[in-house]
Design a protein around this ligand. Sequence first.
Ligand code: FES
Length: 103
Amino acid sequence: MPKQIRVCCGRRCIEGGAAGIMQRLEQNFGLSSPGQNEQVDLDFCSCTGYCEQGPNVVINEEFIITSATPGTITEKITREEQIKMVTPDFESIQHNDFLGDLL
Ligand code: FES
């Protein structure tokens, strides 16, 4: 089963370089755009609520990699012990920049 990888495309993460992170992931996993192969299911996602720690990448809807960069993201994903695992705090999503992005 491919690993599900979602790059946050909320305003703060885009400003922090999310597009470059997506490009690097596409290159490293052999995709020409967001999509799926045997290894990964790659796409963007909306704000996770961790804007202050972005850019953020969500793995399998369970774990989040904060402060992601194009240079380190693939290593952090493949070496799972380096992934900072934080259960998304959905309560905080209601009180952060997410709503600001919509207004
Ligand atoms: S914009 Fe990416 S976590 Fe909020």
